[in-house]
Write a protein that binds this ligand. Sequence first.
Ligand code: DX5
Ligand code: ZN
Length: 227
Amino acid sequence: MDKQVYVAPSLLAADFLHLSKAVEMVNQSEADWLHLDVMDGVFVPNISFGMPVIESVAKVCRKPMDVHLMIVQPERYIDTFHRLGVHHLILHYETSVHLHRYIEHIHQLNMLAGVALNPHTPVSVLNDVVQIVDIILIMSVNPGFGGQHFIPHSLHKIQATKQLIEQTRSSAKIVVDGGVDTQNAAEILRAGADVLVAGSSVFGAPDPIRAISQLKHSLNAATHLQG
Ligand code: DX5
Ligand code: ZN
């Protein structure tokens, strides 16, 4: 059976003057989720957007909203993001003192709960939560900015995450975020990723709908090329 590949375009790379156009494009595309990066200028050296923008996006977005919180003390805003209609809430391991409690809180509100790992954080820190999380997000760049290069070592981390998931029979999906494009997508998926987050390679493409489709079908294309 073909592996199910999910694509989540990251709105961070969209033209903020025309956000409704960007969301409409995602609605019409083969994208599975819309990825929304919230940055506070404290945990990461950049500030992106927050609740008012997500509230507006929620009114037009027809795909599940996948919110990646790059903020300190993310637990302060779990209820708020739930009220905004967010479907997935992803917290960073590095910012979450009581991660287990926060995951339970997110589940009580019927959202999917995710944990993100910075490039320097080993996968083994997830040993004791892997069975209760829905999403494991491997940062394949240092968080804070779009348009950076994929860190090659991330492939080993994706493999280690896949192994951990299989050993523990967890149903968590592996999301890979940062520097993903049509060139490296197949390799990332073969390492074990389920979901490709892509910002600049989608919104910077001449035809973003086509770029999303290429990412979605990158395994077929790679098999086809190999004959
Ligand atoms: C980086 C963000 C990413 C970013 C990806 O901190 O978490 O989601 O938008 O952008 P690209 O695909 O351009 O690397
Ligand atoms: Zn992200």
